[in-house]
Ligand binder design. Structure first.
Ligand code: URA
Length: 457
């Protein structure tokens, strides 16, 4: 399919109406929307109306497959045949404080694999890999396919964004979905993620599917449905795909923002990161090393990943990747060179007891409100704002204990954000009755296929 013109024989308004009324769109109708959106012939307001109809009415499996395919072919598919090593990647469905990409991509590259990661910007209340990377002075995420290949030749991993050549349809729709309340659809998320990942021409993909109050799929059963949809899509295209359903009922690690998350990822690569972040990174990296045939099992992959952190090889890869993408790698040893906010304020507990829960989406919203994400497409992201959580779910607290520090640049936004975070913490007399596992489930095949299997943790 060419990314050029929308079909003259199809009227966009009829396609919108058909989806609004619950009809099933044909492949040509979906191709018409994707072509027209990418070329700019169909205005954003019509695409936004269609996206909302798709969120409310849902898409069938056939529509989701057609959308994924049309988005994938809206631009080039990478040709990485020059690399004899296996190509693998990891993608998350979006979370708060989710900085695993900066740890797992260097680990996989340090093990000799190729990681051509096409990522996204902040989406809704969740942070964006590209926005976080751009807090590193000079870091360039807008590489052409040829430039990406140069970086891969030099260090084995690269993290870039969608471009006018690479999945341009996702670039357009992703930005529109971010600001039109049209993110939370398993079908749109599947098409967005899988079109990017299939354009990378990888052999294996690890999906980190989030569930909980900070995820787009709040309920574990919805996360499982999304995971199965994506695993099935990948397998249909001949890829080995594993989905790890992980907890996002509170932020991952202790930091939320852009520069602060880079700092925490670096600490993790130095062996000094928080336990939950390290555990998830080892799980995801272990699966990548297994799919990339560097380990006989995911557990063996985990051991290998741990060793690559301990030896400093993964950190060295991260440095190399920053340099290869034009960034200042000295931030790895001098985090004070990362952008810093002018002001800080503290959230303290009025009560004695235990942290029962942290409303994770609200924490993400507080960060967006301070400028860490976008409210409109044209907004610039402030790399310096963010939060450090000193207490997490289950922790005991005394009255007056520090729960969270907030970093901000605008006094107008700092106080409302502080209030949101304060209200996000629920303190009770007793610890939570049930602790949620960090890894809920691992899905390795479509539910109906004989090779399907799910592993409860
Ligand atoms: N990540 C993506 O790339 N797309 C989505 O829709 C959600 C998370």
């Amino acid at each position: 399919m060419e990314a050029s013109t929308a079909s003259a024989a199809i009227r966009t308004v009829d396609v919108i109406r058909k989806k609004r009324d619950g009809g099933e769109l044909s492949t040509s109708e979906i191709e018409h929307l994707v072509r027209g959106s990418t070329s700019g012939e169909i205005p954003d307001y019509q695409i936004a109306a269609w996206l909302m109809a798709a969120v409310l009415r849902g898409l069938t499996k056939a529509e989701t497959a057609a959308l994924t395919d049309a988005m994938l072919h809206s631009g080039e598919v990478l040709d990485l045949s020059e690399f004899s090593a296996r190509k693998v990647d990891k993608h998350s469905t979006g979370g708060v404080g989710d900085k695993t990409s900066f740890v797992v991509a260097p680990i996989a590259a340090a093990a000799g694999l190729i990681v051509p990661m096409i990522s996204g910007r902040g989406l809704g209340h969740t942070g964006g890999t590209l926005d976080k990377l751009q807090s590193i002075p000079g870091f360039n995420v807008d590489l052409t396919a040829a430039e990406l290949q140069t970086v891969l030749r030099s260090c084995g991993c690269a993290i870039i964004g969608q471009t006018a050549q690479l999945v341009p349809a996702d670039r357009k729709m992703y930005a529109l979905r971010d600001v039109t309340g049209t993110i939370e659809s398993p079908h749109l998320i599947c098409a967005s993620i899988m079109s990017k990942k299939l354009a990378e021409e990888i052999d294996g993909l690890v999906l980190d599917v989030k569930t909980g109050s900070g995820a787009f799929m709040k309920r574990p059963e919805d996360a499982a449905l999304l995971a199965e949809l994506m695993v099935e899509t990948g397998e249909r295209m001949g890829k080995r795909v594993v989905a790890v359903i992980s907890d996002m009922d509170q932020p991952l690690g202790r930091t939320v923002g852009n520069a602060v998350e880079i700092e925490e990822a670096v600490a993790t690569l130095k062996g000094a990161g928080p336990g939950d972040l390290l555990q998830l990174c080892l799980e995801l990296a272990g699966q990548m090393l297994y799919l990339g045939e560097r380990a006989a099992s995911a557990d063996e992959g985990k051991k290998l990943a741990r060793g690559l952190i301990k030896s400093g090889k993964a950190l060295a890869k991260f440095r190399e990747m920053i340099t290869a993408q034009g960034g200042d790698a000295s931030v790895v040893d001098h985090p004070e060179k990362l952008p810093k906010a002018r002001y800080r304020s503290e959230v303290k507990s009025d009560l004695r007891g235990y942290v029962q829960a942290i409303q994770c989406e609200q924490v993400g919203n507080a960060c967006v409100l301070m400028g860490g994400g976008r409210e409109r497409k044209e907004d610039a992201v402030d790399p310096a704002v963010g939060l450090i959580l000193h207490k997490k779910t289950g922790d005991p607290v005394a009255a007056g204990d520090l729960l969270c520090t907030i970093f901000y640049n605008s006094e107008e936004r700092g106080e409302p954000a502080r209030k949101i975070v304060e209200q996000s913490y629920r303190i009770a007399n007793a610890p939570p009755k049930q602790t949620r596992p960090l890894i809920h489930r691992i899905i390795t095949g479509p539910p109906s296929a004989s090779k399907s299997s799910t592993r409860a943790k």
